[in-house]
Design a protein around this ligand. Structure first.
Ligand code: ADP
Length: 355
């Protein structure tokens, strides 16, 4: 078997060669014959042109007009993508693809992604904080208005005692509503107990990066992941979703820090290594870095230098990492930018556990 044909077999491609002169199927790959037994090397062409709707027309066009494509219907009705072209001896080469399997794979991929986004979105610190701020703003604003109104009337000496009670009652309702929002968040946090899972660090980091791929693409950030060979398979302990949230927040900060640079200078370097019983993750950017003032206040809640920033990301990231018995800190190098470091306790393999 020539090498090219062997590759097609190994890759389980659906490929065939037919001879319109002798009306025979010259050759086809095993994968095609196994899935659609009408395709048989040496078999009659009519067996496939009868079974696959659209094939006869495609072969005719390939013979007369060169390379051509169509969507065929297999005998079981499933859609088959087909490309066909004639060679200089008149044989027609065909490549078929199972469109239903492709569509299913694409849908599965989308589902996984959406699922991931959903999980991590529901936990996104920034989003939760923004929603909370937004929801609380309204009742607190209403209470402030009611109190201001009452004060103004007292000052003008126009306070009608009959109007005071309903105003205070409305204030109480708004306060109860705000309390309800906070209780909902507390419930949410209480029910989401962190899990103690064994997590493949590299895969977790890759998943976090893929959640941000449109942002890295949009900003033209080149991402380089380097893994110490000793840490290639490293597993850590903790809650996967929370850890992913930390990576997403740190990487997003790094991307945002590099917005002031020309696109060609935007490099994000992620490193995975080992340090005794911990795995070490480094996230290095080449942004403007961190001045002394920011360095001192960085982890303080609501410290932000961004116009739309909430300033809670780093604070929460550090709490999450420490909850998982890890550490989060940053270093400022001699060069531009800064590096955020996360250590997470390794999940030891059974043979590594102390006797
Ligand atoms: P936010 O991103 O909403 O501002 P964070 O708590 O994540 O909240 O970050 C707080 C501040 O720390 C940022 O506003 C920024 O000034 C600084 N910071 C965070 N990451 C970096 C970084 N990679 N480079 C420079 N400054 C950073």
């Amino acid at each position: 078997m020539p090498n090219a044909a062997k590759s097609l077999e190994v890759l389980a491609q659906w490929v065939a060669i037919v001879d319109p002169a002798s009306l025979r199927i010259e050759w086809c790959t095993t994968a095609l014959a196994e899935r659609h037994p009408q395709w048989r090397a040496g078999g009659p062409l009519a067996a496939v042109t009868d079974g696959f709707r659209g094939l006869a027309g495609l072969l005719e066009r390939a013979r007369t007009a060169g390379l051509t494509e169509a969507v065929l219907a297999a005998p079981d009705g499933s859609p088959i993508g087909a490309q066909a072209g004639a060679d200089d001896t008149g044989l027609i080469h065909l490549r078929l693809t199972d469109l239903r399997a492709d569509q299913q794979a694409a849908a599965r991929h989308l589902n996984d992604r959406e699922q991931l986004l959903l999980v991590s979105r529901s936990l996104s610190v920034g989003e939760m904080a923004t929603t909370l701020a937004h929801e609380l703003n309204q009742p607190i604003g209403a209470i402030a208005n009611l109190l201001r109104g009452l004060l103004a009337r007292i000052d003008r000496d126009t306070l009608d005692p009959g109007a005071v009670r309903p105003a205070i009652q409305r204030g109480v309702e708004h306060a109860m509503y705000a309390g309800g929002i906070i209780a909902r968040v507390r419930d949410y946090v209480a029910h989401r107990q962190p899990k103690a899972e064994t997590i493949a660090l590299r895969a977790m980091v890759d998943d976090a990066l893929s959640l941000l791929d449109w942002e890295t693409e949009r900003d033209g950030v080149r991402v380089l992941v380097t893994v110490d060979p000793k840490a290639a398979e490293v597993q850590v302990r903790g809650d996967r979703v929370l850890q992913q949230q930390v990576v997403v927040n740190l990487v997003r900060n790094a991307i945002e820090a590099m917005r002031s640079l020309p696109q060609s200078d935007r490099y994000l370097e992620i490193s995975i290594g080992l340090d005794e019983d911990s795995a070490v993750l480094g996230i290095a950017d080449r942004g403007p870095g961190i001045d002394d003032d920011a360095a001192a206040r960085m982890f303080t809640p609501f410290f932000t230098t961004k116009p739309g920033g909430m300033g809670v990301g780093l604070h929460v990231c550090r709490s999450i990492v420490e909850l998982q018995q890890g550490r989060l800190w940053f270093t400022r190098g001699p060069g531009p930018g800064c590096t955020f470091w996360v250590t997470l306790p390794r999940a030891l393999a059974p043979e590594e556990l102390p006797a």
